[in-house]
Write a protein that binds this ligand. Structure first.
Ligand SMILES: Nc1ncnc2c1ncn2[C@@H]1O[C@H](COP(=O)(O)OP(=O)(O)OP(=O)(O)O)[C@@H](O)[C@H]1O
Ligand SMILES: [Mg+2]
Length: 150
């Protein structure tokens, strides 16, 4: 299933993330694509809100992963510096560890991803406008995507 949503402010990016965060269940994997500065980390801040995380979510680029505790644990990964050959197979443990995984630049580790996940591509349309393209595979993620709207 595919869905596109265009938004015009940082606040709306966070609000959209929050809507998604409220619908996420354990062991769900959300893959975020988009150029540098597209809004992947900003969107993740919204997901954190939806998961009732109080801590401030910042980019995990230099540490690869940060864990936050909310309604469910959030495993926030940024795999910008990794690739399929960099030997990071341990990361797959997190995808089934009972929390929610949000992965920036997930395409870089395509070999490690589970069969089904929600993929979100963010496009900078100029100024504060962003196009979000949601793509789901599998029944669980199709149902999830049906419930995500701004
Ligand atoms: N509608 C919007 N949604 C999200 N960010 C926006 C929006 N409009 C402007 N911005 C700006 O774009 C930038 C997005 O930064 P962010 O760190 O979220 O991007 P990113 O995709 O995670 O980048 P990186 O690839 O470096 O991790 C911020 O400076 C933010 O202020
Ligand atoms: Mg980021």
């Amino acid at each position: 299933m595919k869905k596109e949503i265009i938004i015009n402010s940082i606040e709306d990016t966070i609000a959209l993330g929050e809507k998604l965060g409220k619908e996420l269940n354990k062991n769900m994997v959300v893959c975020l694509e988009g150029d540098l500065g597209a809004g992947k980390t900003t969107f993740t801040k919204g997901i954190g809100k939806g998961l009732d995380i109080c801590e401030i979510i910042n980019s995990p680029t230099f540490v690869i992963m940060k864990i936050y505790n909310g309604r469910l644990p959030l495993y926030h990964l940024d795999v910008y510096r990794l690739d399929n050959e960099s030997g990071d197979d341990y990361l797959i443990e997190y995808f089934e560890a009972g929390g929610v995984s949000v992965i920036e630049w997930a395409d870089n580790i395509s070999d490690l991803l589970p069969a089904d996940f929600l993929k979100i591509s963010i496009f900078d349309m100029g100024d504060k406008m962003r196009k979000f393209v949601f793509e789901s595979t599998g029944y669980i993620y199709d149902l999830l995507l049906e419930r995500v709207e701004l």
